[in-house]
Design a protein around this ligand. Structure first.
Ligand SMILES: Cc1ncc(COP(=O)(O)O)c(C=O)c1O
Length: 391
C-alpha cells in the first residue's frame, strides 16, 4: 500500500504546540511531524474510543509482545519481558531517573550539542550539567573518548545521558563506540541512560544499535528508553518504555516511576503502541523513504542555492543540523531575523548547548511542498541578511 505523505494537513487551531504561531509563520522547529499517523494505528484507537468506557487501564500482555517482537525483528535485540517497563513519556521518566540515580548537586554528563530538554531536567532537579562535547570535524561529529573519560572520572559524576541516535546531529553510534562508552562507564561507576526515542527513524537500509546490545557490560549498566512516539507521530499520547536488564537497577527504576506516577498508562497508550509495533512497519518504511528524499532535497537546495549554509550529514531523525557559520555566528539573532522577515521558525542551535552557536535545527518531517516553502524562506532570509551586511 502506498501511504500519503504529500497532503498538506491544516494544523492551525488544533491546539498544536508546533503550529501555535502567527498566520504567516511556518514552524519547522519542535520534533513533531506534519503527517497523519499510520491508518492502522488510527483504526485501533477508533475502536478503543468506540467502546466508550475510558477508565483506568492496565498494561496487557500484548504490549510486551509488541515491543519484544519489534526489537527482535528490527533491531536484533532479544528483550526479556521482565526487563521492560511502561512509562508515560521519555523525558518525565528520565527526569525521575536523575533523582533516583544521582545525588542533589552531583554531575549529570551529556554530550552537547544535544536535545535541549536534557539541560532543563538536569538543572531543574538541582544537578550540575557536565559536558563532554562532541567534536565537529570536517563537517561531521565524533566523540572525544579521552575527554569523555576525563569527565566520567570526576568522583561527582554518577550518571550520563546518551542520545542514541543523536538529536540534533543525526549521528548513529556504532557498536564499538557504545561498547567503549559502557567500558569507561563501568570503570568509573557511571550509569548510562540511553535515550533511543529516534531509533526507528534511520535512513532506509540503516539500523541502530541498542545500547543494551553493544556488550554485556552495556546491558548491565544501561537504562534504555524506547517508544513509538517519534517514529509514528504519537507524542501527544504519552506512551513509552524503559528497558533495564539489571534486576537491582530495575527495581529502583520501577520505584522511581511509581513514586512519580509515571507507570500509569492513559486509555490509549498501550493501544497505540501495540498497533504501531504490530502493524505500523510498512507505513514507517514509507515514511523513512519520504524523509530520506526530503533530506536529499535539503542537501541539493543548499548546495545549489545557498552554499553559505551547510547541512551536516545525518543518518537518523527527521531533524537537520544546519551550519550557518558562513553567514554569521549568532544563531539566536539569525533565527529571530529569519522568523521576523520570512515567518520561518527554526530552532536556534544554541538551545542545544553553546556548541550550537553556529547552527540552526530544521524539522523536515513535512510534505515536500511545505519543505520547499521552508527552503525558499530560508534563502530569502539569508539573502536579506547578507544584503544588509548583518553581523
Ligand atoms: C532525544 C529526545 N528524547 C525525548 C524526547 C521527548 O520524549 P517524550 O515526549 O516521550 O517525553 C524528544 C523529543 O523531541 C527527543 O528528541
Amino acid at each position: 500500500m502506498k501511504y500519503d505523505f504529500d497532503s498538506v494537513i491544516n494544523r492551525r487551531d488544533t491546539d498544536s504546540m508546533k503550529w501555535d504561531v502567527e498566520v504567516n509563520e511556518l514552524p519547522m522547529w519542535v520534533a513533531d511531524m506534519d503527517y497523519i499517523t499510520a491508518p492502522e494505528i488510527l483504526d485501533a484507537l477508533k475502536e478503543r474510543l468506540d467502546h466508550g468506557i475510558l477508565g483506568y487501564p492496565v498494561i496487557p500482555g500484548r504490549w510486551y509482545d509488541a515491543y519484544i517482537n519489534w526489537w527482535k525483528d528490527r533491531h536484533d535485540l532479544a528483550m526479556k519481558r521482565e526487563s521492560l517497563v511502561f512509562c508515560s513519556g521519555v523525558i518525565p521518566a528520565v527526569s525521575a531517573m536523575i533523582r533516583a540515580f544521582s545525588l542533589p548537586g552531583s554531575n549529570v554528563l551529556i554530550e552537547p550539542p544535544v536535545y535541549n530538554c536534557f539541560f532543563n531536567i538536569i538543572k531543574g532537579n538541582g544537578r550540575k550539567v557536565q559536558e563532554s562535547p562532541l567534536i565537529y570535524k570536517n563537517g561531521a561529529y565524533e566523540r572525544d573518548f579521552e575527554e569523555l573519560e576525563k569527565q566520567m572520572s570526576d568522583p561527582e559524576t554518577e550518571l550520563m545521558i546518551l542520545c542514541n541516535p543523536q538529536n540534533p546531529t543525526g549521528n548513529i553510534w556504532k557498536k564499538e563506540e557504545l561498547a567503549k562508552i559502557g567500558e569507561l562507564a563501568e570503570k568509573h561507576g557511571v550509569k548510562i541512560i540511553s535515550d533511543e526515542i529516534h531509533c526507528d527513524l534511520t535512513e532506509p537500509g540503516m539500523g541502530y544499535v541498542p545500547f543494551a546490545a553493544a556488550s554485556p557490560v552495556c546491558a548491565d549498566i544501561g537504562i534504555s528508553f524506547i517508544a513509538p512516539t517519534k517514529a509514528f507521530n504519537l507524542a501527544g499520547l504519552k506512551t513509552a518504555a524503559v528497558y533495564v536488564c539489571n534486576e537491582e537497577t530495575r527495581e529502583k527504576v520501577k520505584k522511581a516511576l511509581d513514586t512519580d506516577e509515571l507507570s500509569e498508562p492513559n486509555a490509549f497508550a498501550s493501544t497505540a503502541a501495540i498497533a504501531a509495533f504490530e502493524k505500523g512497519g510498512p507505513w514507517l518504511d514509507g515514511l523513512r523513504e519520504y524523509i530520506s528524499e526530503n533530506r536529499k532535497t535539503v542537501y541539493d537546495f543548499l548546495h545549489d542555492e545557498l552554499p553559505q549554509i551547510h547541512a551536516v550529514k545525518g543518518f537518523a531523525t527527521y531533524l537537520m543540523w544546519l551550519d550557518i557559520s558562513g553567514l554569521k555566528k549568532d544563531t539566536d539573532k539569525f533565527a529571530a531575523f529569519l522568523r521576523k522577515q520570512t515567518g520561518l521558525f527554526l530552532s536556534p542551535g544554541v538551545i542545544f548547548g553553546q556548541q550550537g552557536m553556529d547552527f540552526l535545527r530544521m524539522n523536515i518531517a513535512c510534505p515536500k511542498s511545505v519543505l520547499m516553502d521552508g527552503l525558499s524562506r530560508l534563502k530569502a532570509g539569508a539573502d536579506e541578511w547578507m544584503k544588509k551586511g548583518e553581523k
